[in-house]
Design a protein around this ligand. Structure first.
Ligand SMILES: C[S@@+](CC[C@H](N)C(=O)[O-])C[C@H]1O[C@@H](n2cnc3c(N)ncnc32)[C@H](O)[C@@H]1O
Length: 338
């Protein structure tokens, strides 16, 4: 990947940052996701669905709440964007939400390698693209927006300049390129860098347009552009590989995940914003944990699978609610016609 990027720079000059991120993550041959990078215990980073099935069970309750608010329509669709291998899809369907009794769970995932491992059969569908429109239901994106290609701007005197990836002594380096306007109104401060998350904003607008009636839920680690301008770039633009923080984004491109905190001030205004711990509490995590604890207490001596699953909910809930970890994520919700 580094060699191919270097050839491209020699041919056409320094690469705009979004195109660099796009290649590192999604190049069909050498990109991180195309070559098997993924969430999960055996993957490169752990997400809420990968902690265990409890997260999906809570989301199933949220989906039923939306379905109730819409008057229990038939043909309800759950669209999950960035569905990976379908871990969340399996957990939601296993929880048996009423909205899916006559509905469909559509997993949208751009990596063909990950799509090949998704569940199939009645009630499941899979695609590389979001539907254009006509959805009555919900669109859910867990840790997708932080993974969409983004631009990088650096303060240079009284201007913002876009950062590109160039070549120096055969090594990839960051170079300051053309002057540009920031994505939100923010003055350049010496040393400041900010992300341009136009593709996350465009994705959100597209997801809202796909919904005739229902809700969009985005779960991610978030910040604001102004706040990021005051922090060192390596605090909000991170890389991961094999559950460890990786190197600089320009190091060994394609071998590591590149992720950015989501600047909520660059997105359309949501209907509501909560932290994950609050969202989970509002949608019944305590009941589900109490149910699990009771099953464990009643059936622990037989040690059957239901008992072990019941006990596992207690541990999963701790991880999902941890305010310094997944519990501190932000849940952004947009309602459309309900
Ligand atoms: C960080 S992973 C999260 C996976 C899963 N949602 C989870 O929480 O475990 C992001 C996933 O989004 C996929 N992805 C990135 N851009 C996408 C897009 N525009 N449409 C659908 N999937 C996309 C990636 O291939 C990757 O599998």
């Amino acid at each position: 990947m580094a060699g191919r990027l270097a050839d491209r720079i020699v041919r056409s000059g320094p690469i705009p940052y979004p195109e660099f991120v796009e290649a590192c993550l999604y190049d069909e041959t050498h990109g991180f996701y195309a070559s098997g990078g993924a969430a999960g215990r055996r993957g490169d980073f752990l997400t809420s669905p990968e902690v265990g099935p409890l997260f999906g069970a809570v989301l199933a309750r949220w989906m039923d709440d939306v379905w109730e608010a819409l008057g229990q329509p038939g043909g309800f669709t759950v669209v999950e964007a960035g569905a990976g291998r379908g871990t969340l899809a399996r957990a939601v369907v296993a929880a048996g939400p009423r909205c899916l009794e006559a509905g469909t769970y559509l997993m949208v995932e751009r990596s063909a390698v990950l799509r090949a491992d998704q569940p199939s059969g009645i009630g499941f569908a899979s695609s590389a693209h979001l539907p254009d429109g006509g959805i009555t239901g919900v669109v859910v994106a867990n840790e997708l927006l932080d993974n969409l290609p983004f631009g990088l701007l650096a303060a240079d005197g009284d201007q913002w300049r876009s950062v590109r990836v160039g070549l120096e002594a055969d090594q990839l380096v960051e170079v300051l390129a053309e002057e540009c306007l920031p994505p939100v109104d923010i003055a350049p401060v010496p040393g400041a860098r900010i992300p341009d998350q136009g593709s996350a904003a465009a994705w959100t607008t597209g997801a809202l347009e796909s919904l005739d009636f229902g809700a969009l839920l985005v779960v991610d680690y978030t910040s604001t552009t102004t706040e990021m301008a005051t922090r060192p770039v390596d605090q909000w633009l991170r890389t991961y590989r094999g559950h460890q923080q990786g190197g600089r984004p320009i190091d060994d491109p394609g071998s590591q995940d590149i992720t950015v905190e989501v600047a909520v001030d660059q997105l359309p205004e949501p209907t509501s914003t909560t932290d994950q711990a609050t969202f989970l509490a509002a949608h019944g995590i305590d009941d589900l944990v109490a149910e699990g604890r009771q099953t464990w207490t009643e059936q622990a001596t037989t040690g059957d699978l239901a008992a072990v699953r019941g006990r596992s909910r207690i541990v999963e809930a701790e991880a999902l609610r941890d305010p310094t970890g997944l519990g501190g994520f932000t849940n952004l919700e947009w309602r459309v016609g309900c």
